[in-house]
Design a protein around this ligand. Structure first.
Ligand code: MN3
Length: 385
């Protein structure tokens, strides 16, 4: 069987690893019909020539014109902007859309893909954080599958295979702890962007690496898990597990805990989502447990890494509060990466944004986008010392 896919965000960390998976799967098991990128047209051009998709979309309109010129001798359509993204998300011959764009820009194309009956291989967690209720309701209505790509959620999803009618008692969501695990507030005062970008176990994009360092990534993942697995936030326990070997676990009502383990390599969860429920050997690194005889677990330090407690607060308050938290975080991280604010000002700005906002309940897409826009402007306009 051929899996017909398109990839939103093919030039990023998940997107390029997804194309590695497509290459590694023997035969013609995965066919890529559409790819999109933000502005890296050099890489998009290379990918287009190799994978021969029917459509390539570039978020940056000017860059899309340039790419169109470069690909004019090929039988490939080049589109620009959000319209192009949505086109690739809704292509007729595609069954599964991998959403690996970074940030809330993935929300609209993901919803459009669901409405066009596509299964979603979901790597864009911000989509579920900002509009989880809306996305899951739309997906349920269409009867499509949402296949998690985030390693923890893929682990939980794998632990739930064959569970029949047994309820989840608890989700054990593991966290590496990021670049600053064990540090005190005092030690975090003067950390730099370069310090924050050094992740101990995973090679990832810049935004998610900073989110890992602040523990906001784990906060976003808590909210993602609430929606994906239909559990109460109180059923989720975050455990810092610095070795990143246990990718998460599920505890059932009888006390049995089922965990998924593996080498920390994103190609495994990507491949599982794209070939689900099939498992094939593509020569990924294998886990040697004799090399890992010291798997450890700690409680997360939510006082020092305040972003995690802000995420619990946001999902508890509900409505559009998680969307506002997510947007505030996106801008705060961008400002940190631009060296305009310090590391500890990331949670400070997010908390200030949340304190200045009252959530809207029973929201639609328009309400979420408005809340998102409000929060972005709020954080951009904060002057910091
Ligand atoms: Mn993850």
């Amino acid at each position: 069987m051929i899996n017909n896919i398109s990839i939103l965000g093919s030039t990023g960390s998940i997107g390029t690893q997804a194309l590695d998976v497509v290459r590694a799967v023997k035969g013609d098991d995965i066919k890529v019909h559409g790819i999109t990128g933000n502005n890296n047209i050099d890489l998009l051009e290379k990918q287009a020539l190799e994978f021969k998709p029917e459509i390539v979309a570039v978020m940056d309109e000017e860059k899309s014109i340039e790419l169109k010129k470069r690909l004019k001798s090929e039988n490939i359509k080049v589109l620009g902007g959000m319209e192009g993204l949505i086109k690739v998300a809704t292509m007729e011959n595609v069954e599964t859309v991998l959403t690996s764009v970074v940030g809330n820009v993935g929300l609209e194309p993901t919803l459009e893909a669901i409405k066009s009956n596509k299964n979603i291989a979901l790597a864009n967690k911000e989509t579920l954080v900002s509009a989880g209720e809306l996305v899951m309701r739309t997906a349920m209505g269409k009867g499509i599958k949402i296949l998690p790509v985030d390693s923890e959620h893929s682990a939980i999803f794998q632990c739930l295979q064959g569970k029949h009618d047994n309820n989840i008692y608890k989700i054990l969501l593991t966290a590496s702890g990021g670049s600053f695990r064990g540090k005190t507030i005092d030690e975090l005062k003067n950390v730099t962007v370069d310090d924050a970008l050094k992740h101990p176990n995973w090679v990832m994009g810049r935004k998610i690496t900073i989110d890992s360092a602040t523990l906001m990534n784990k906060g976003l993942e808590v909210i993602e898990a609430v929606w994906l697995f239909n559990v109460n936030v109180n059923q989720i326990q975050v455990l810092v597990h610095p070795q990143s070997i246990i990718h998460s676990a599920v505890e059932f009502e009888d006390g049995a805990v089922i965990a998924q383990l593996g080498a920390p390599d994103m190609r495994l969860p990507i491949q599982y989502a794209l070939l689900y429920p099939k498992r094939v050997d593509t020569n990924l690194p294998r886990l040697d447990l004799f090399e890992h005889n010291n798997l450890t677990f700690e409680k997360p330090d939510m006082d020092t890494f305040k972003c995690l407690s802000l995420a619990f607060r946001a999902i508890n308050e509900g409505g559009t509060m998680p969307a506002v938290m997510n947007a505030a975080n996106e801008v705060a991280v961008e400002r940190f990466l631009n060296r305009e604010i310090s590391f500890l000002q990331i949670p400070e700005l997010i908390e200030k944004t949340m304190n200045s906002y009252s959530p809207v309940y029973n929201y639609d897409l328009k309400t979420v986008l408005e809340a998102d826009k409000w929060a972005r402007e709020f954080v951009y306009n904060q002057t910091v010392k």
